[in-house]
Structures are given as C-alpha cells and as structure tokens.
Design a protein around this ligand. Structure first.
Ligand code: BTN
Length: 234
C-alpha cells in the first residue's frame, strides 16, 4: 500500500489529493475521521460524520484507455472486503455497494488535468462503518454497525486496498474485461426492470448485461441502449 496521510478533519479528502496531485506519488491515500464538505456523485453532499471510513486514493496509470474502470475495480474491492463481514453485500452498477437494498458505500472519482493531459485520478470512497444513525439523504442507507457488524476501519481499509492492488495491473492492461466475471457475480440486477438517471429524464428498461467495457446494456422499448454513466433506480 502507498503512503497514508491522515486528517482528523478536512473539507474533502478528494479536494486534498486534487490540490496536491503533482507532488504526490501514485498510490497515495488520504483518510479523514470527518469531512466538512464531503462530496458525492452528481454534486450531491456526502454526509461525513465521525464513524465512517472516508478515504481517497491517487492513481497515475501508464495509459488512459481504461480510466473509468478503476472506479469499478474499487467497487469490486469494497464488495469483496465487506462481504466477508456481511454476506448480503452486492454491487449496484456502476460502483455503489449495497447491503439488504440499502446504500453502504459510495465512490466519487475525479480526474486531475494538467496542461490538457490527465495527470492523475482521485478515487474517493465513503464507507458507512460505525455510524449509529445516518442522516436522511433521500435514499435508504445503512452502516456496518446498523447491520450488527463491528468493524475496525484500518483493517477494513487494508483489506480493500489489498483487493484493489491485486487486480490493478490486469485492469490497467485490459480494462473491465479483467474483472467482468467477479463483478457480474456480485451484480444481482441482470434481468431486472430498472430505470437509469443521468441528469436528464430516466430511461426505463430491463438490464441485459454489463459489457466487457463495463457499460450497462439496457433493453428499452426503443431497442438496446449502452449506458456509460448514470444512477440506477431499482
Ligand atoms: C456517492 O455515492 O455519491 C459517492 C460518495 C463519495 C464520498 C467519498 S468520502 C471520501 C471522498 N471525499 C469526498 O468528498 N467524497 C469521497
């Protein structure tokens, strides 16, 4: 594992890595006990009170073809580490981790540009670990504590990162195809009717598959759609 920089409180671990990207090495991790301005996908707020595991990882891959798939690799690593503690844990495309239908982890990945080129990618992860209650964020959420699991945040982080680095070289070389099988094993929505939202109006359909590129294949009334980004409403 790369070096870890820890803060008791910070605005956002993603912000720190984005601001210091050029001086920090590939593999650097920033953790915080609390975030005062934790951010989620689609400009949402990520409530970051004491008890959760909040960390961001900086990666500087050799080539850029498969950058989006590193986020899915992190989702898979989270799921693999957490399912050992709570078996009813699974993935919701593209990279949420749910337990019993409630959100347990979320990932916000952000690219860092320098001179028009991608200098690095920040993969920010929030895991609800020890929170006894969670604020209402408009969707069902849970924590390991609420599921009856007492977890050590440091051991959990070590385990997550072990799974992440184990498959990193294969994903860097081949993209999502390298993790397609273990990912789909943990994605219980194939054949299910869902809708996908990505800012515009939702698209309804039946999930056909997750492609070798990591995209969602959705059968809709007007034919098959390949979805690159979005929020699955299940
Ligand atoms: C989501 O599900 O919308 C993604 C949530 C990502 C939250 C994490 S917590 C650590 C890192 N710092 C942030 O500000 N956000 C990410």
């Amino acid at each position: 594992m790369g070096s870890i920089i820890h803060f008791e409180e910070i605005d956002s671990t993603n912000n720190y890595l984005k601001e210091h990207c050029s001086s920090l090495a590939h593999g650097t991790i920033v953790t915080a006990d609390r975030q005062t301005a934790g951010r989620g996908r689609f400009n949402r707020k990520w409530e970051s009170q004491e008890g959760g595991l909040y960390f961001s990882l900086l990666i500087k891959p050799q080539q850029t073809d498969f950058w989006p798939n590193f986020t899915q690799l992190m989702g898979l690593a989270l799921c693999r580490a957490i399912e050992k503690l709570y078996p009813h844990t699974y993935l919701k495309w593209p990279n949420d981790v749910l337990a019993d239908g409630k959100k347990l982890c979320g990932i916000l990945s952000e690219g860092v540009l320098s001179g028009g080129k991608l200098e690095g990618m920040v993969i920010g992860t929030g895991v609800n670990v020890g929170q006894k209650t969670l604020p209402d964020v408009g969707q069902p959420a849970t924590s390991l504590y609420m599921l009856g699991v007492q977890a050590d945040k440091q051991l959990l982080l070590n385990d997550i990162m072990q799974y992440f680095w184990q498959d990193y070289p294969a994903v860097e070389a081949q993209g999502f195809a390298a993790i397609c099988e273990p990912y789909k094993k943990r994605f219980p929505f194939i054949g299910k009717e869902i809708s996908v939202k990505n800012g515009e109006k939702p698209l309804f359909g039946t999930v056909r598959d997750v492609s070798e590129r990591g995209t969602l294949l959705l059968a809709t009334a007007s034919g098959q759609e390949e979805i690159y980004i979005g929020d699955l409403i299940v």
